[in-house]
Design a protein around this ligand. Structure first.
Ligand code: G6P
Ligand code: ZN
Length: 541
C-alpha cells in the first residue's frame, strides 16, 4: 500500500449528477485519485465496505476502474463487484447496489454528454440505497477536495475485467459479473413478458436506438433474445468509447436518425432511444413524439395495467420544471404528488420513505422505486406493456389521454455554451426584478406570481434554495428559467415553457405554436435574444 502526496485541484464540486469534466482534465495526474479519496473520506472511509463499480463504457472508463479498484483495496474495502469490461448502466448499478446488499457504488459516466479524449468523463457516488448521493454528502466530498494532501493506492497489476469471476487485489475481493443478467431478470419480474412476446409475435414493429452507448447489450438481451423482437430491432447496439461520434442524448435533436425514421413513411409502431449511461429515454410512436412530461403522465395514468404496479402507485413526484401533466393524473386518481428541484437525487428520500413509487423529469428521465435511479429501458418496457394491454397505438393513447386530462403544451429551449458571466448576469438581473413583475402584462399575458423555487424535503426537512426562476401567468401558463448543472462548457440556460388547455377544443396544436405568446413574453421580460445575440435556441425538446 502506498500513500501518495497530492495537492487540491480547484473545481471538484459535484454538479446535478456527480463530477463531470473534460476527459483530459480527469486524466491529469492525481485528478481522479483526489476525487475518489475525497469521496471515500467524506463517507467515513471504505474500510470493510462492499462497493459496486461500473460505467457506460466511455473512453478512460477502464483505466479509471483500475485506479479506483487499487484505491479501494488500499483504503481497506473488503469487496468490489465490477461489471465485466467495467460496464454497468446506471440503473443496473443501482439495482446491484441494492440487491447485493452493498454499502454503495461508483458509476463512471458523464451520462448524456459525448465521450472520447476530447469530450467528457464523469464519476458519481451512489449511496447504499442505490441512489445518487444527497447534497449533504456531495457537499462533504467537495469540502474534502479542497484540503486533501494525500491518497492511498495499492501498487499492483491491473485486474482482468474481461472475464466473469473472482480475483484478489491485495486483501480485497474483486468479483467481475455479467452486467446484464440481474437487470434483465428484474425487468421480467416487473412486466408481463408473455404479453410482450405475443405483441412481437403478432408483428409489432419497434426500433430501439441505443446510440452506441451502454443500453445496447441490455436492449438486445431483453427485446431480441427474451421477447423475440426481430434481430436488428436494436440499432447502434455496440457500446463504443466515443459513442461512434454520436451525442448520446435521447432527444429529437440528437437522436435525429431515429426521429427521421419514426416521422417518415412506413415508420415502425414504436420507437425509443436511451442515453450514454442508460437512465434517460425518449418515447415515439409512428408520427408521434411523446414529450417526457406527457410520458410520465401517461405512465402514471396506466401503471395499474403493468403487473409490477397492479396494486396502484403510492404517489408520484416530478421536478419543478417538469410540466404539471402528471399533477392532473394524480388529482384524478387521488394520489399524492410532490414537486422537487431538478436532479434525481431529490426523489430518493420520497421513495425510501414509501411516499412515491413513480418519478419523472422533463429531461427525459422516468423511473420507479424498483431502483433509485431513473431507468431508460424500464420506461420503454412500461410503454410496451401499456400498448400491449390497451391494444392501441402511441398516437391513440396520447389522444385519449389529452381528452381525459387536458393537455399541458410544453417545450424546453436550451441556449448552450453561453459565457458564464453573461448567463449569470442575465438571471441576476431577473432576480432583482422578480418582485416588480406580478400584475404586469406582456403579450397579453398577465404575470400572477414570480419567484425563485426553494424546496424543503418533507422527509428530512433539508432545504435547497436557488432552484430556478418561475414566472406564472394568470390562466395557468408559466415559464421557468435555470442554468444547467450538468454541462462542462460555459453555461447552458434552460427555458421551460408550459401552457394548459383543458379541451375538448385546441388539443392538437403544434407545441411551438401553442407556446408562441409565452415565448414572446419571456423575451420581453428576460431579453435572452437581446443579451446573448442568439435568435434561436440551440436545442428544442
Ligand atoms: C441529469 C440528472 C437529472 C437532471 C438532468 C438535468 O440527467 O440525473 O436528474 O434532471 O441531469 O440536469 P441539468 O442541470 O443539466 O438541467
Ligand atoms: Zn444519463
Amino acid at each position: 500500500m502506498t500513500t501518495i502526496q497530492t495537492t487540491p485541484f480547484e473545481g471538484q464540486k459535484p454538479g446535478t449528477s456527480g463530477l463531470r469534466k473534460k476527459t483530459k482534465v480527469f486524466m491529469q495526474n492525481h485528478f481522479l485519485e483526489n476525487f475518489i479519496q475525497s469521496t471515500f473520506d467524506a463517507i467515513g472511509g471504505v474500510d470493510g465496505k462492499v462497493l459496486v463499480l461500473g460505467g457506460d463504457g466511455r473512453y478512460f472508463g477502464k483505466e479509471a476502474a483500475q485506479t479506483i479498484l487499487k484505491m479501494a483495496a488500499a483504503n481497506g474495502a473488503s469487496k468490489v463487484y465490477v461489471g465485466m469490461g467495467a460496464w454497468l448502466s446506471t440503473p443496473a448499478a443501482s439495482n446491484l447496489i441494492r440487491t447485493l446488499d452493498t454499502d454503495g457504488g461508483l458509476i463512471l459516466s458523464a451520462s448524456h454528454n459525448p465521450g472520447g479524449p476530447d469530450e467528457d468523463f464523469g464519476v458519481k457516488y451512489n449511496a447504499a440505497n442505490g441512489g445518487p448521493a444527497p447534497e449533504k454528502i456531495t457537499d462533504a466530498i467537495f469540502e474534502r477536495t479542497k484540503n486533501i494532501t494525500s491518497y492511498l493506492k495499492l501498487e499492483a497489476e491491473d485486474i482482468d475485467l474481461g472475464n466473469v469471476g473472482t480475483q484478489m487485489l491485495g486483501e480485497m475481493e474483486v468479483e467481475v459479473l455479467d452486467p446484464v443478467a440481474a437487470y434483465a431478470d428484474m425487468m421480467e419480474g416487473i412486466f408481463d413478458f408473455a404479453a410482450l412476446k405475443a405483441l412481437f409475435a403478432k408483428g409489432f414493429r419497434m426500433r430501439m436506438d441505443s446510440m452506441c452507448a451502454i443500453t445496447g447489450p441490455y436492449a438486445v438481451e431483453i427485446f431480441e433474445n427474451r421477447l423475440g423482437a426481430p434481430k436488428g430491432t436494436v440499432t447502434h447496439e455496440t457500446p463504443l468509447e466515443d459513442f461512434g461520434g454520436m451525442h448520446p442524448d435521447p432527444n429529437p435533436t440528437w437522436a435525429h436518425e431515429l426521429m427521421a425514421e419514426m416521422m417518415g413513411e412506413n415508420a415502425p409502431d414504436f420507437g425509443a432511444a436511451s442515453d450514454g449511461d442508460g437512465d434517460r429515454n425518449m418515447i415515439l410512436g409512428a408520427g408521434t413524439y411523446v414529450s417526457p412530461s406527457d410520458s410520465l403522465a401517461v405512465i402514471a395514468a396506466n401503471a395499474k395495467l403493468v403487473p409490477g404496479y397492479a396494486k396502484g402507485l403510492k404517489g408520484v413526484a416530478r421536478s419543478m420544471p417538469t410540466s404539471a401533466a402528471v399533477d392532473r393524473v394524480a388529482e384524478a386518481l387521488g394520489l399524492a404528488c410532490f414537486e422537487t428541484p431538478t436532479g434525481w437525487k431529490f426523489f430518493g428520500n420520497l421513495m425510501d420513505a414509501g411516499r412515491v413509487s413513480l418519478c419523472g423529469e422533463e429531461s427525459f428521465g422516468t423511473g420507479s422505486d424498483h431502483v433509485r435511479e431513473k431507468d431508460g429501458l424500464w420506461a420503454v418496457l412500461m410503454w410496451l406493456n401499456i400498448i400491449a394491454a390497451r391494444g392501441q397505438s402511441v398516437g391513440e393513447i396520447m389522444e385519449d389521454h389529452f381528452k381525459r386530462f387536458g393537455r399541458n403544451y410544453y417545450s424546453r429551449h436550451d441556449y448552450e455554451a453561453l459565457p458564464k458571466e453573461q448567463a449569470e448576469a442575465l438571471l441576476e438581473d431577473l432576480r432583482s426584478r422578480l418582485a416588480e413583475l406580478p400584475g404586469k402584462e406582456y403579450q397579453g399575458l398577465v404575470v400572477g406570481n414570480a419567484d425563485e423555487f426553494a424546496y424543503t424535503d418533507p422527509v428530512d426537512q433539508s432545504v435547497s434554495e436557488g432552484q430556478g426562476f418561475r414566472i406564472l401567468f394568470a390562466g395557468g401558463s408559466r415559464v421557468v428559467l435555470r442554468l444547467s448543472g450538468t454541462g462542462t462548457e460555459g453555461a447552458t440556460l434552460r427555458v421551460y415553457l408550459e401552457r394548459y388547455v383543458a379541451g375538448p377544443e385546441g388539443l392538437g396544436e403544434d407545441p411551438q405554436e401553442a407556446l408562441a405568446p409565452i415565448i414572446k413574453a419571456t423575451e420581453e421580460i428576460v431579453g435572452i435574444a437581446a443579451i446573448t445575440g442568439k435568435q434561436q435556441p440551440d436545442v428544442i425538446t
